[in-house]
Design a protein around this ligand. Structure first.
Ligand code: N01
Length: 542
């Protein structure tokens, strides 16, 4: 009998390892390789580039940032070359764009697909990160940069009996590449966040019957999606610099500014007209019609009541309208969805709404979903139940810093870091759009560009000045966490205790407000000042 030993994997020596080939990982590769001449490899679990937009292929998947803002701006040439077709890009179009980026900058030769990173550990003696993959490969580099995405680890709730279900169940973030045929099927959707609200109208149009299981009613603003006119396409290219400036200097990195106008100081008839106009225009800009919507509970109630009234105008059955508008949190204190015919969908004969706050789901049976008072027979269950956001994808990797300290232990009480960029005890590791940065409160591409540019400038400075390690200090990290907390509590964002911004959607997750709510423009300014002040709050080592 002969035995075959598994082949000994050679270790691959690099300057930097980047995890993830979405917007973040690809721009980080391009920056370090082409601007600094470094030897870089991107390790990506999927068999294509695109990150979030590679995995989230559910019907109706579309970005809720406007297309002319949901792109890279670092290359003027690419801004001029690429033309979006609709006001909000659909998932396939965004994936085409990201593949175009990969081809245009010849990124593929340094991206290794189908490679899931298992662990990363820092060796203090050699000042190197050792990264090991699920299939036993070993990479070594001075710098480790994570671009793992903020919303990439699917959260499938632990409902008893899921394995008994005879039909098909799918999480929206792990959608089958071949698609799903809903025709003639009884479909159930659990979840009415941004994803549920996008997918429900599309599934309803195909399924024999759709049952929506709603735990928390949600606000939604009409997206008013439409093909882009030639005039707008021209405008977006001709004004690219101005659009970029607005995004980089405002609160949420969107291509519009918040209007300096208070809800309460505006005459009721006038503010009604303003909200009506913003509703007709549609999209996330609705949130920017007044400056105090998220700052003042009374102001927020005026805007929230306007949306509730709209829901009652659209939904014909008053009992269903009541259920959909019985919303328990201030408007925009949880991520506000935008939609295409979400509320209208509940006027269809083949759609029903189940209030699982009143009659919770007890279990999943072979036949379908059993709530406290009824069984709903189903062929397909869609979990639009969100993600283990911001920290989930980082903590899935066994990351060990100095002295073998594990990231999961370091973050046992919530993510501690400095500027959302570095964790104390983890030298030369950077987290693109990590917790503690504005990230998910922003239109993400500008936030990613800002992080990647900062990290690239930082590494360039280290190399130019002969510094080999950089590490966030404990005191700077502690005071940054206090600032993150302060910023959340300065607005209504800090008042909602059951949001994924705090990790409240994942059982056992420490509840700490994770993104930085002080505003993207202000945050970028802080990052610039810190770098200019010889990387204040970071320890630099020879
Ligand atoms: O996830 P969510 P999402 N039983 O966590 C419900 C981004 N995004 O995928 O509120 C029953 O917001 C849960 O109910 P509740 C965007 O940032 C962007 O929709 O916990 N229900 C909620 O209704 C967004 O915010 C785009 O009571 C359960 C829903 O599932 C983020 O992704 C498009 C449950 C989860 O909502 C996440 O959105 C789509 C349970 N056990 C998403 N567990 C763009 O366009 C959870 N729920 C860029």
């Amino acid at each position: 009998m002969s035995t075959t030993a598994s082949p000994v994997q050679q270790r691959v020596e690099l300057d930097a390892i980047v995890i993830g080939a979405g917007f973040s990982g690809m721009y980080q590769l391009l920056s370090l390789r082409d601007k600094l001449g470094m030897k870089v490899k991107v390790l990506e679990a999927g068999d294509g580039v695109g990150g979030t937009w590679y995995w989230n292929r559910y019907p109706g998947a579309r970005c809720d940032s406007e297309s002319h803002s949901y792109m890279f701006y670092f290359s003027k040439e690419m801004v001029n070359e690429w033309t979006w077709t609709e006001r909000y890009p659909q998932q396939p179009e965004i994936l085409r764009y990201l593949n175009h980026v990969a081809d245009r900058f010849e990124l593929r030769r340094d991206i290794q697909l189908n490679t899931r990173v298992d662990s990363a550990s820092y060796d203090q003696a050699s000042q190197r990160w050792h990264v090991r993959t699920q299939d036993g490969q070993h990479f070594v580099a001075q710098f480790l940069i994570t671009g793992v995405g903020c919303l990439s680890t699917a959260n499938v709730p632990n409902i008893p009996g899921l394995n008994d279900f005879k039909g098909q169940w799918i999480h929206t973030g792990q959608w089958p590449h071949g698609g799903v045929d809903f025709s003639g099927k009884r479909v159930g959707v659990i979840g009415t966040g941004s994803t549920g609200i996008q997918t429900i109208p599309v599934v309803a149009a195909q399924a024999q019957h759709l049952t929506v299981f709603q735990r928390t009613a949600n606000y939604s603003i009409p997206a008013r999606n439409a093909p882009l006119s030639d005039a707008f396409k021209r405008y977006a290219k001709e004004h690219a610099e101005g659009i970029r400036y607005i995004m980089n200097t405002n609160t949420n990195a969107h291509p519009f500014r918040m209007v300096e106008r208070s809800v309460l100081a505006t005459h009721p008839a006038e503010r009604e007209a303003i909200m009506e106009a913003a509703w007709i225009k549609g999209g996330l800009e609705f949130r920017a019609a007044f400056k105090d919507t998220l700052a003042d509970a009374q102001a927020n109630k005026v805007v929230a009541d306007f949306i509730r009234k709209k829901i009652h105008q659209v939904v014909k059955d008053p009992a269903v309208a009541h259920l959909l508008s019985d919303i328990d949190h201030p408007f925009a204190a949880k991520r506000p969805p935008v939609d295409s015919n979400y509320f209208e969908t509940f006027n269809r004969d083949n759609v029903s709404l189940v209030n699982i706050r009143a009659t919770p789901i007890e279990r999943i049976t072979a036949e379908g979903i059993q709530t406290q008072d009824q069984v709903y027979p189903l062929d397909i269950i869609i979990f639009a139940t969100g993600f283990d956001a911001m920290t989930g994808s980082l903590l899935k990797i066994d990351i060990q810093g100095r002295d073998g300290v594990k990231l999961k232990d370091s973050w046992a009480a919530g993510p501690i870091n400095y500027l959302g960029l570095q964790v104390p005890g983890f030298p030369n590791m950077f987290t693109i759009t990590g917790p503690g940065s504005p990230s998910v409160l922003c239109n993400l591409p500008p936030a990613i560009e800002q992080h990647v540019d900062w990290i690239t400038d930082c590494i360039r400075t280290l190399r130019d000045t002969g510094v080999s390690t950089i590490e966030a200090t404990e005191p700077a990290s502690q005071s940054w966490c206090e600032e993150v907390n302060r910023a959340a509590n300065a607005s209504l964002l800090g008042q909602v205790k059951h949001s994924w911004y705090l990790g409240a959607n994942v059982p056992g997750k420490p509840q700490v407000f994770m993104p930085y709510a002080g505003g993207f423009g202000k945050y970028s300014e802080i990052c610039r000042e810190v770098a200019a002040d010889n990387y204040r709050g970071f320890a630099l080592g020879a």
